[in-house]
Design a protein around this ligand. Structure first.
Ligand code: SAH
Length: 373
């Protein structure tokens, strides 16, 4: 495949692998072998056919470049707060990049500078969300701003004003006002429809997500009789797909309240009635579940990069499910968690499937199946 090159590579830091795609896949396969090879055979990584413009969620930091005397938007230079001006990116959705450039132009006319602009697009539905993040609740001339933005991009389906007064690494604050549309977008995965809010986690590479979820469901081995837990469930995608594809009933647990609201609405809109969602810390929740003596056949878990906790893994041991499907976006914490879990419980790692969800970056996703011996 022809390799595309990016002029921002060195300063941006968003991508880490400046090599042909085939080489990237080899690199990730070797990384998985090194970190996880001791647990089981590593299946060949599932790569992407066209590994460009796959990101359905794009965020840009905004600032004022005094020397150039103009508003700039882009990414923070690695390990700093200096903004590298980026108008288009090889891994981001092209439409999202276009919208961000338009917003920047309008900011000049409207004489205001947001902190960040976030765009999410449903690749299947083509619904588009634009989130304007400011540090103060005051958004001057917002109605005219919305009108002007929609004038250039009538394809935008919802516009949100998010207020984040804090200097943190988090892009979004807790308060938001919907300026136009429904306040969320929808997308489709494996024939089901999912609603996504500004703050809800949604996998950023939908093409590969379907391959990831298919593998997870296959590993779960549902026959129609199983009770399953979907821990760290986000908007409920994995659990809802499981509930539709052979699980008898599913419990989902997720910390982020807006994601749980999305999950409940997602079950409803897909007419899935054998799933229940809870808003809680996954560790607290599973400890309660284990103490209550609940019977769970399959634990599906998809924690953030930091991985799970020892207490969570202990509770999985108590629940003693036949199978555990661990979906991980960080093979290092996956290896740590597997080592801990296997040292205390009689399970075997049956399968390990890497999936390339993030081409050109050093990140790799893994689905891992553990079965009780
Ligand atoms: N399975 C989902 C989400 C995976 S991302 C999907 O495929 O889309 C990980 C999720 O874990 C995020 O939604 C995040 O909000 C949630 N999370 C992070 N820490 C958590 C905790 N301590 N307890 C429960 N959920 C948590």
């Amino acid at each position: 495949m022809e390799q595309m090159t990016c002029k921002h590579y060195k300063k941006c830091g968003g991508c880490q692998l400046d090599m042909p795609y085939e080489g990237q896949l080899e690199y990730k396969q070797k990384l998985e072998q090194r970190l996880l090879g001791k647990f089981a055979t590593i299946e060949p990584i599932i790569g992407m056919y066209y590994p460009y413009h796959y990101r359905n969620k794009v965020q840009a930091a905004f600032g004022y470049d005094k020397r150039a005397g103009k508003i700039i938007s882009g990414v923070y230079q690695s390990n700093s707060h200096r903004i590298v001006s980026v108008d288009s990116c090889l891994i981001e959705d092209k439409k999202a990049d276009e919208i961000i450039v338009t917003v920047r132009g309008l900011c000049k006319d409207f004489k205001f500078i947001p902190r960040h602009v976030l765009v999410k697009r449903g690749f299947k539905t083509n619904q588009i969300m634009v989130v304007i993040v400011t540090d103060s609740p005051i958004f001057p001339a917002k109605n005219n701003f919305v009108k002007a933005l929609l004038g250039v991009h009538p394809e935008i389906t919802t516009i949100i004003h998010n207020i984040n007064p804090y200097e943190t690494n988090l892009v979004l604050g807790d308060r938001e006002n919907v300026l136009f549309g429904k306040g969320y977008i929808e997308d489709e995965l494996m024939g089901l429809t999912f609603r996504i809010s500004a703050k809800s986690f949604y996998q950023i590479n939908p093409t590969q997500t379907e391959k990831l979820y298919k593998t997870a469901i296959e590993y779960a081995g549902f026959t129609g009789n199983e009770s399953a837990l979907d821990a760290y469930c986000g908007t409920g995608t994995i659990g809802i797909i499981a509930a539709k594809n052979g699980a008898k009933n599913v419990i989902g647990v997720e910390l982020e309240k807006s994601a749980v609201r999305d999950a409940i609405s997602n079950a409803k809109r897909n007419k899935i009635d054998n799933i229940y969602f809870y808003s809680a810390d996954a560790t607290d929740f599973i400890i309660d579940l284990a103490e209550s003596g609940k019977h769970i056949d399959v634990v599906m878990m998809d924690p953030p990069r930091a991985g799970s906790t020892e207490e969570f893994l202990d509770a999985v041991g108590t629940l003693s499910p036949q199978r555990v499907v661990y979906v991980s976006c960080n093979p290092e914490t996956l290896a740590r968690d597997l080592k801990y879990f296997l040292s205390k419980n009689n399970y075997k790692v049956e399968k390990i499937q890497p999936v390339d969800m993030f081409p050109h970056t050093a990140h790799v996703e893994t689905v891992c199946l553990l079965t009780q011996q």
